[in-house]
Design a protein around this ligand. Sequence first.
Ligand code: MG
Length: 160
Amino acid sequence: MKIRVGMGFDVHPLQAGRDLYLGGIKLEAEKGAVGHSDADVLIHAICDALLGAANMRDIGFHFANTDNRWKGMDSKFFLKEVTRMLSEKGWSIQNIDCTLTLEKPKINPHIPAMKKALAPLMNIAEDDVSIKATTNEKLGYVGREEGVNAYCVALIAKNA
Ligand code: MG
């Protein structure tokens, strides 16, 4: 059994009047994330962790933010595609562990719904999807509610 670990990071600006998609669900919020796709920063970090573990470059390499095909795209599509690309190389996802940093809204009540949305896209159990959230203690761009960060580590395995 060969196992590999990967890490992912993403950031998107926040702006009033935009929708906030995080972890595959839409949240009620004063500000939403700005991006070429639906700007789901958590899914983007997960994709990069998985691609990194498999040494398959990054999300921008496969789904360029200059490509009109991905404009306004539901990021769940990217995660499903990344899972498919890894499985073509024999990799199966073991678990992921993520952290979001943002001031608002409170993320904890929404974590079960996020896990439920994300686990099937990666063909893993909800128990293998860990999502955590913290504020940035009002420091920096996250503290000023100008942006949201997501971090993820992923473990993948294959018979080799
Ligand atoms: Mg992104």
